[in-house]
Ligand binder design. Structure first.
Ligand SMILES: [Fe+2]
Ligand SMILES: [Fe+2]
Length: 472
């Protein structure tokens, strides 16, 4: 059960060979994907052997196999979690009906838009990260970056499979467009803001993996509840891959924090920058930036789209099936923070239009747990400092707070106040130049850049000084 056929040109567990039309469509798309990967994938390492994991089954146990592989030879394919027998729709107007094995005609456009929006983020992050290999802090980190990149490529396959299999000609056109948009491009940008930002250095990469990939986790988790069963099964398997991306982010930032604390302990009266590490205030500013742009990805606090997605059974809440309410939410209320006049106040709202905010709440709580673990590292070094999440209204471009200026501790500010303090709260040009100057490649097995601590252990039981990428 769940095993994947690697003899096929496109590895899959969806019996692609049994659907000639679809197989042909995907085989036509495959060379264009590879062309995109060569043009926009990791720069400079395409011919190197990388110690990568590949999915060999979708079972919880033993789905991964590790070995050296050149990235263009990675077996991108289509893997869905095992079907849940007799699965029914868990929420909304269709609650209790059998899950859809095909797209209900009237929801076609809405579903396609949801899938395209999710799909667009996958290649976008690969594009954002394509130059990072040049400045890797170690072979261990280089390998982790590439693992994330090939899996984001596979996530694109996951969404393209749905488009090609269930959305006919429109789906085919969307599959092409996913390879044509480019992160940060002025004329044909990626769909969502955070995916057009630059990822110029490894601190940004780790913050991105922690905060922005985690948005992906929450979007995928709520799509995994979808009444459209193929989408649900696709997302359930993607979530198993996503967990590693968040590990990379959390442990990466944690190791930077650890190294900084070691230096602060040794040299309590000096500027940590004198010793070539990243000071905690700068780490906090990067955190503020990445958290705030990731919050925007959840959309407006009050959204009729969010209400419709739920009522129609297309997108559930985080852990929908574990909740014990009526799963209709027509009578329910939910408390959110809104802007009233010149004040931020908590108000009670009808539950359905606030579903974006509810998902954002789940996300914020999850982020906070990670920040708590970083703070534990600081405390263990006997230092009396803390990192924290800024207020959710801080530095927002979407939602009620997009129109106002909010400080990290949640005070509404005048433009003049904001301008006077912004440098304390968001990465400055000087921070960016400083961090950029630290980015010197370290490629000897077992060696790490000075600004980051080695990990506690290696990958898949290998030692930390394992040759994770073969450079010759
Ligand atoms: Fe992804
Ligand atoms: Fe990811």
């Amino acid at each position: 059960m769940g095993s994947i056929d690697y003899l096929e040109r496109i590895p899959n567990n969806v019996d692609l060979a049994g659907n000639r039309r679809l197989q042909r469509a995907l085989e036509e798309w495959q060379p264009r994907f590879l062309e995109w990967w060569r043009d926009m994938g990791p720069e400079g390492y395409q011919a190197r052997d990388v110690y990568l994991r590949t999915a060999i089954s979708v079972d919880a146990q033993g789905w991964a196999q590790f070995g050296y592989l050149k990235m263009p030879d990675y077996r991108w394919g289509i893997f869905l979690a095992e079907p849940e027998p007799n699965r029914t729709i868990a929420f909304g107007d269709h609650k209790g009906e059998p899950a859809w094995q095909d797209v209900p005609g009237e929801y076609r456009g809405t579903l396609r838009r949801l899938i395209v929006t999710q799909g667009d983020t996958e290649p976008a992050s690969v594009e954002q990260q394509r130059h990072l290999g040049r400045t890797c802090p170690s072979l261990y980190d280089l390998r982790n970056l590439f693992q994330v990149n090939v899996e984001e490529g596979r996530h694109l396959w996951a969404m393209v499979y749905l488009l090609q299999a269930y959305f006919g000609r429109d789906g085919r056109e969307e599959a092409e467009a996913l390879l044509e948009r480019r992160s940060g491009d002025r004329d044909k940008p990626r769909i969502l803001g955070a995916f057009n930002e630059k990822t110029p250095d490894w601190l940004s990469f780790f913050m991105f993996s922690f905060f922005t990939d985690r948005d992906g986790k929450y979007q995928l988790a709520s799509l995994a509840e979808s009444g459209f069963d193929p989408l649900s099964r696709t997302c359930r398997f993607m979530l198993t891959e996503e967990a590693h991306h968040m590990f990379v982010g959390e442990s990466g930032v944690g190791r930077i924090v650890q190294r900084t604390c070691e230096i602060m302990k040794q040299h309590p009266h000096d500027d940590p920058r004198r010793y070539g590490v990243i000071d905690l205030p700068a780490i906090q500013r990067y955190l503020n930036f990445h958290f705030s742009v990731s919050l925007d990805l959840f959309g407006s606090e009050i959204s009729t789209n969010a209400a419709n997605f739920y009522t129609l059974g297309l997108k559930g809440r985080f852990e929908e099936t574990k909740k014990t309410d009526d799963h209709l939410l027509k009578e329910a209320a939910y408390r959110i923070i809104t802007l009233q006049g010149d004040r931020l106040v908590e108000t009670e709202q009808p539950a359905l239009p606030t579903l974006n905010e509810r998902l954002r709440d789940d996300y914020v709580a999850d982020c906070q747990r990670g920040v708590d673990r970083w703070n534990r590292v600081i405390r263990e070094h006997g230092l009396d400092l803390q990192l924290g999440l800024p207020h959710r209204g801080f530095h927002r471009a979407i939602g009620a707070c997009a129109e106002v200026r909010v400080s990290p501790d949640g005070r509404l500010l005048s433009q003049a106040d904001w301008d006077a303090h912004k440098r304390e709260w968001l990465p400055t040009e000087a921070d960016q130049v400083y961090v950029q100057n630290l980015m010197k490649p370290v490629t000897e097995p077992g060696k790490f850049a000075n600004w980051i601590a080695p990990p506690a252990r290696g990958i898949n039981g290998q030692p930390v000084d394992f040759e994770y990428v073969r450079l010759v």
